[in-house]
Design a protein. Structure first.
Length: 324
C-alpha cells in the first residue's frame, strides 16, 4: 500500500499539485518530510497484511479520545465529494468494541467514517484487536503524519491523554513530539481551560507562540471578567475561529497593557540663507532628534558633533544663570 493511501484528506482528495514543478527540498523542510515519512510508515504497520472489510457506519463508535475541535469545514466537505465521486480509497482502522459484541471503535479515520455515514454507504475498514495504549499511539501518529491538526488541537489531545493516565513518553510518541514540545502544549492547556479552547475553536491560522501568549493572558485571574464579556457577545460566535482568537487576544492584551497617551512630537525646521543645509528637529519632551540634508549637511553635522562638549558646557552655564 502506498504511503499516500494512509493520509486521510490526501489520499481521498484530488491532487491539487499534479503537474507542478518538483523542486528539491532542503534543510528543515526536508527533515519534516523525512519525519512525516517515518510516521506514515508507522501508521502503515497497523494496516499491513490485514483484510479490508465493509462495515455499517452505525456499528462504529468514535474513539475514546477526541482529537478535533471542529468537524464542519471546507476540507471535510471536499472529502465527502471526493468519496462520492470515486469511492473511499483508504480504509480506516477500527478495533472490536470492548463491551459490545458486533460493534467497533474507530482508531483513526474519523472523517472518512463520518463521510460514509453522510453518504449512506458502508465504510471500508481494517479490524484489528489492539489495546488502549496502542490505540492512542496509532491515532496520534496517523494524525501527525497527515499534519492537519492545528497546534491547539494537538495540545488538547495531549491534555486528554494525560487526563486518561498516560505518561509523557506515550504522549510524545503519539504526537511525534519531543519532551519540550509536549511540555509547552501542556503548559498552554494548564493556563487556558478546555471550555475556552472549545469556544475559540481550532484556529488553523494561529501558531504555537500566539497560543502561548494568549494562555499567559487568559491564565490571569484579573482577566476573567474580560473573557466572560467577550464570550457573552453574540457576534463572537458568528465569526471564524481565527477571528475569535484575535478578538479575545485583543481584548485581553488591551486590559493587560493599558495604552499610554503619547504626546505628539513638536517639529521645527531650520535653513540658512544659502540653503546649503536643511535641518529638521523633533522634540516630544523625552526625546530630541536632529536630521539634516542638502549640500553642506554632512560637513556641518561633523562640525556640530566635534563641538558637542563645548556646546553642552555652554548649555549648563546658561541653565545656571537662569537658576540664579
Amino acid at each position: 500500500m502506498a504511503r499516500k493511501n494512509l493520509l486521510e484528506g490526501l489520499a481521498d482528495m484530488p491532487d491539487e499539485n499534479a503537474g507542478a514543478p518538483n523542486y528539491p527540498m532542503r534543510g528543515a523542510g526536508r527533515s519534516l518530510v523525512r519525519s512525516l515519512d517515518e510516521l506514515a510508515k508507522q501508521a502503515e504497520k497497523f494496516l499491513e497484511g490485514e483484510a479490508v472489510v465493509d462495515l455499517d457506519p452505525d456499528l462504529v463508535e468514535a474513539s475514546f479520545v477526541k482529537d478535533r475541535l471542529s468537524e464542519d469545514d471546507e476540507d471535510f466537505q471536499a472529502l465527502v465529494e471526493a468519496i462520492r465521486a470515486r469511492g473511499q480509497d483508504t480504509p480506516i482502522l477500527v478495533r472490536p468494541h470492548a463491551r459490545i459484541d458486533g460493534r467497533y471503535q474507530v482508531v483513526f479515520g474519523h472523517r472518512r467514517l463520518r463521510a460514509a455515514r453522510e453518504l449512506g454507504r458502508n465504510v471500508r475498514a481494517v479490524v484489528k484487536a489492539i489495546d488502549d495504549r496502542t490505540h492512542v499511539i496509532a491515532q496520534g501518529q496517523e494524525n501527525s503524519a497527515r499534519a492537519d491538526l492545528t497546534f491547539i488541537e494537538r495540545a488538547l489531545f495531549a491534555r486528554r491523554l494525560v487526563e486518561l493516565g498516560y505518561d509523557r513518553e506515550v504522549v510524545s510518541t503519539a504526537l511525534a513530539a519531543n519532551a519540550a514540545s509536549v511540555s509547552k502544549m501542556l503548559s498552554v492547556m494548564n493556563r487556558i481551560s478546555p471550555e475556552l479552547v472549545q469556544a475559540i475553536g481550532p484556529a488553523p491560522g494561529v501558531g504555537r507562540e500566539r497560543w502561548v501568549e494568549l494562555s499567559l493572558l487568559a491564565g490571569k485571574a484579573a482577566n476573567a471578567a474580560s473573557i466572560a464579556k467577550v464570550l457573552q457577545d453574540d457576534n463572537f460566535h458568528q465569526i471564524s475561529s481565527d477571528k475569535r482568537f484575535e478578538a479575545l487576544y485583543a481584548a485581553l492584551n488591551k486590559s493587560a497593557r493599558p495604552v499610554k497617551k503619547t504626546v505628539a512630537a513638536r517639529k521645527v525646521t531650520w535653513q540658512p540663507l544659502d540653503k546649503a543645509v536643511q535641518a529638521e528637529m523633533k522634540n516630544d519632551g523625552k526625546a530630541f532628534s536632529l536630521s539634516m540634508k542638502a549640500r553642506n549637511a554632512g560637513r556641518f553635522g561633523e562640525f556640530l558633533s566635534g563641538r558637542l562638549d563645548a556646546l553642552y558646557e555652554q548649555f549648563l552655564a546658561e541653565e545656571g544663570k537662569q537658576g540664579d
